[in-house]
Design a protein. Structure first.
Length: 564
RNA sequence: CGAGGAGUAGCACAGUUUGGUAGUGCACCUGGUUUGGGACCAGGGGGUCGCAGGUUCGAAUCCUGUCUCCUCGACCA
């Protein structure tokens, strides 16, 4: 692309309706423009970059044997009813009606449609396995779009679906796709980790997330400093340290106006880790009281799974009144009128502080034997410094952007939608499915979050919109423009995507723009041209070197080979 | 959905408290001088002040309503 007479602009200052680094750089570099909250135009430069990412994805999908197809986005609502996902998605699905008032939706994901497509083809075990995929828009009415391209309401997703006759086949298809995913993120130069995650609205038995590591991330990743344990906080577990000691005598003590666990512990001069706090929650309109160590947080995901609930909320005063709990002083001893669930950690604690269900009083030296409970389970978030459940190392956190997700779905969709095949014994069986999603837009945002400096974006060669930018500094000089144009043509002929800055701008403007948009290689054609020299500078280096005209192309080719 | 903040030129913002001709920087146009790190001088164009209603002789400014955007939270494959 020659910048003169092209659609190209940059902004000198940050815009105020983007707060994230990547969001602002994408907007300032003229790659995207916001239309509405969570909805963006992809302008030429942005589309070209996105397409480079999509191309890598497509190459790896095809290489893994998957076949591409395309599903519609506008779908009758009934497609999602069979598997109960109209409810599962709730208000995050876009609904609309046609002229006959028939309900339609904009597809938030496509498991059902791919299953229906598979039904047309699958009759016998001989028809399995296979994997199909698409790269298509998805629509989700997010509660809060944010961070530029990270959380948007319309976005592309490459989603793939595997179909096998049994679990063994699924394991194989899953591994093929999982390996392809690793190659995709490696080729895109994303710094990522894979974590175990919750299966959520997708269902199934296994979910692994590919998380780009950045401080902007919305997910907390739990990692081990000794082994390769890695898990999303929502499902992370820890090894509990046994702190049992000889039980002392239970004693009630006055704790006037000390209602938070921190206040109580500091008043009694006790370590918060030697206390147990109560959380009074509304689960399916029932009062459930959770007891966890004083410094812990309840993990809503674990609780919902344990109780088969969709959500947990704080209990209302009316609901609390059905028990003898006293907010601020709630304890498990002689507690009635509520379901009591304790965290498994309490089994390994002794002589702890806990509420007495009397205003202004707590017990000290409480022990498990002093009260009854309904369920004991893992119901809390792990914390940094907790013990790794696998190797005993120390756990630590990182933040991540979920850029890919792979699921072992099992037979959830095939059973409900009747995707069956006849096996060797003429028996009808449901196909076993896996599904695999990647968000190219999130990859783009993640790469920018991970690769930028005060000047702007630093694109890796593999996905940069142009690998080389030629800055022709003296637009009035025929020699300069002739050489720059010749180099531009030659590089493009060699398949090296090249941009020529032939605008009538001062050098500083060109340098700053090319640095902002992150082109990996800059060739400056300037005053050394009379000596037969041009300047080579890599975006990720502060050094520049002079090249003789005859060696320019070889040098660039070699540099790209070594650095892509 | 809860809490907070913001809507004035393409971008960033001042002006609003105390009502009285619509402003500044960057960007843009014309002319000139410059030409290896966001040039300088001179002249110029561009605005229903988010929208609707109200108060007033007069509203960007006061009042009422409403829409949009951002941040934190809730939510989220």
């Amino acid at each position: 692309m020659k910048l003169k007479n092209s659609y190209f602009y940059t902004l000198r200052e940050n815009v105020k309706d983007e707060d994230s680094v990547s969001g602002n750089l994408l907007v300032r570099s003229g790659m995207i423009k916001k239309v509405s909250s969570g909805i963006y135009m992809f302008l030429p430069l942005g589309l070209k970059t996105l397409d480079n990412i999509k191309k890598i994805i497509k190459e790896e999908m095809d290489a893994s044997g998957a076949q591409e197809l395309l599903m519609p986005s506008l779908l009758p609502e009934e497609v999602y009813e069979t598997c109960g996902r109209v409810d599962a998605f709730g208000s995050s699905m876009f609904h609309l009606h046609d002229r006959y008032d028939k309900p339609y939706v904009l597809g938030p994901t496509h498991e059902e449609l791919f299953t229906i497509a598979a039904k047309s083809m699958v009759k016998s075990y001989k028809d399995l396995p296979f994997t199909i995929y698409q790269d298509a828009p998805k629509y989700r009415d997010e509660a809060r779009p944010r961070f530029g391209l990270v959380r948007v309401r319309e976005f592309f997703m490459k989603d793939a679906y595997s179909f096998d006759k049994d679990e063994i086949g699924l394991d194989k298809s899953y591994k093929t796709m999982f390996d392809a995913y690793k190659r995709i993120f490696d080729r895109c130069h994303v710094n990522y980790v894979v974590v175990k995650a919750d299966t959520g609205a997708m269902g199934g038995s296994l979910s692994e997330e590919f998380q780009a590591v950045t401080d902007l991330g919305e997910d907390l990743l739990v990692l081990c400093d000794k082994c390769d344990y890695s898990s999303n906080l929502e499902v992370a577990t820890r090894k509990i340290v046994d702190q049992n000691e000889e039980a002392k005598t239970l004693e009630i003590v006055e704790t006037p106006n000390q209602e938070t666990i921190e206040e109580v512990c500091s008043y009694l001069n006790v370590d918060v880790k030697k206390s147990v706090k109560a959380l009074l929650m509304n689960v399916n309109d029932e009062l459930v009281i959770f007891f966890i160590r004083g410094d812990r947080e309840l993990n809503e995901n674990k609780v919902c799974k344990l109780l088969g609930a969709k959500e947990v909320n704080f209990a209302s005063d009316d609901l609390i009144a059905k028990s003898n709990a006293v907010p601020g002083y709630t304890g498990p001893i002689k507690l009635t009128g509520a379901k009591i669930i304790i965290d498994e950690e309490l089994k390994y604690m002794s002589n702890f502080v806990v509420g007495a269900n009397v205003k202004g009083y707590h017990y000290i030296n409480a022990n498990l034997k002093d009260f009854n409970y309904d369920i004991c389970a893992d119901i809390v978030n792990v914390k940094e410094e907790d013990i790794c459940p696998v190797c005993g190392g120390k756990l630590y956190f990182k933040k991540g952007i979920e850029v890919g997700n792979t699921f072992k779905l099992g037979t959830k969709y095939s059973e409900k939608l009747g995707l069956t095949y006849l096996d060797e014994n003429n028996e009808s069986k449901p196909a076993v499915m896996g599904c695999y999603g990647i968000g190219p837009g999130r990859i783009l945002a993640s790469i920018i979050e991970q690769n930028n400096d005060e000047k702007g974006i630093i694109f890796p060669l593999a996905i940069a919109p142009y690998k080389v930018a030629i800055a022709a500094l003296n637009t009035n000089d025929d020699n300069c423009m002739n050489y720059a144009n010749k180099l531009y043509d030659e590089l493009n002929k060699l398949g090296i995507d090249c941009m020529l800055d032939d605008r009538e701008e001062r050098p500083g403007v060109k340098f700053n723009d090319l640095e902002l948009i992150g082109i990996p290689i800059r060739i400056t054609v300037g005053k050394k041209l009379v000596d037969g020299l041009v300047e080579f500078k890599a975006r990720n280096s502060s050094e520049s070197i002079d090249l003789k005209l005859e060696e320019v192309i070889n040098y660039i080719q070699k540099y790209i080979e070594e650095n892509i």
